[in-house]
Ligand binder design. Structure first.
Ligand code: SF4
Ligand code: SF4
Length: 367
């Protein structure tokens, strides 16, 4: 969980909470998915955790060059894909002193042109029944339910970290890419792009399959995409021998015996009508994220592409194919064929993809 060292002056800048509308949340005690990580901690949080457990191991946050940043560290995990040091028997032994990323999850704030809270839809405690509504021009309204504590923690962190100063400090384009691309991005009308995309959300076709496979067997377990399975708990996906292997992870590290090796779909599975509506709803939610704009911006700079609409469509098609492929593999894990996907299948696909999708570098930052 990235956490930057924003040094801006306090302000009352607006924190956009509109992407929480219409959702409800109730943490599942049998889950623990979000604790299979190494949460970032501030100096103050670190001191409280050491009071609880003098032997708590930390990893210092380092940049790509290996320079040490002084302000933040991570609580170490239990190694080999295992959970955070503090998780035992799916209970946090530091609950009262858990750091900010744990207090706010499944809510996260992306700071790009604006600061916007979004929900990590992989969390099985979120009710996603309203997701189809995000495909329309008028997204669901109504205050979120069950997220009061997470919103309170986020607002407090936002105020402490400096509000608007953080946004203005992070929005400039990086000095990469050609001047032509940078000029095009600076003057681009991102809201017009959203207005155009939402009624015309692209879905993947035969040419978009097979979707990208998960990382291979030589990647460490903690780098693999993870989802919560009702029967097997936390299951990681990896590519092996041309198939997709499902591995249930142990809290203390390592995995149980693989649950099976399933072929990823070579052609798009058939989407039943409710499934297609749900997939469009997910893509409509993604388009409204500032994270999406920042990701498209980053990819345009990388690719030297001055038309963000082209890149945006590619991102959505790729994401859609990932949802369908992971939905198909999860259906096979349930003993179904996976060639025809219904709405519950697509929900499983969204849950298997969203945390992974949000774990990408963008020109913005994460609170
Ligand atoms: S992933 Fe969601 S449901 Fe699971 S433990 Fe975390 S907050 Fe609770
Ligand atoms: S500190 Fe507690 S809540 Fe946070 S990741 Fe570790 S076990 Fe989970």
């Amino acid at each position: 969980m990235p956490r930057s060292s924003g040094a801006a002056s306090p302000s009352t800048s607006h924190l956009d909470l509109s992407l929480l509308n219409g959702f409800s949340f109730r943490c599942r005690p049998d889950c623990g998915l979000c604790c299979f990580t190494s949460p970032a901690v501030s100096e103050g949080e670190r001191r409280k955790l050491i009071q609880l457990d003098p032997n708590v191991p930390f990893e210092e946050l380092t940049t790509g060059e290996g320079d040490k940043e002084n302000e933040f560290a991570h609580v170490s995990d239990q190694g080999d894909g295992g959970a955070c040091h503090f998780l035992h028997g799916l209970r946090c032994r530091a609950y009262g002193a858990r750091p900010f990323p744990c207090q706010s999850f499944p809510l996260m704030v992306h700071i790009g042109r604006t600061a916007q809270a979004t929900l990590v839809l992989s969390c099985p405690g979120l009710d996603l029944n309203g997701l189809p509504g995000w495909a329309g021009a008028r997204p669901p309204q109504g205050a979120p339910r069950g997220l009061d504590e997470e919103i309170r923690a986020t607002k407090a962190e936002w105020a402490q970290r400096g509000g608007a100063g953080v946004v203005s400090g992070l929005t400039p384009l990086r000095r990469r890419g050609s001047p032509r691309v940078r000029h095009a991005l600076r003057t681009f009308d991102w809201e017009a792009m959203r207005s155009h995309l939402i009624p015309n959300l692209p879905l993947p076709g035969p040419e978009d399959f097979p979707a990208d496979a998960p990382p291979g067997a030589d990647e460490p377990l903690d780098q693999l995409p993870l989802f919560f399975d009702e029967v097997y708990g936390r299951v990681a996906l990896r590519e092996r021998e041309g198939g997709w292997e499902c591995l249930p992870l142990r809290e203390s590290g390592g995995s149980e015996a693989p649950l099976g090796l399933f072929p990823g779909p070579d052609t798009p599975p058939k989407l039943l009508p409710d499934a297609e509506t749900l997939l469009r709803g997910y893509l409509g939610y993604v388009v409204r994220r500032e994270f999406f704009v920042s990701l498209v911006q980053e990819l345009c700079e990388d690719q030297g592409e001055s038309d963000p609409t082209v890149v945006a469509r590619d991102v959505l098609v790729d994401l859609g194919s990932q949802v369908m492929a992971r939905a198909g593999v999860r259906a096979k894990l349930l003993g179904q064929g996976g060639e025809r996907l219904d709405a519950p299948d697509i929900l499983r696909g969204v849950r298997a993809v969203d945390a992974d999708f949000l774990d990408q570098e963008t020109v913005g930052e994460q609170l």
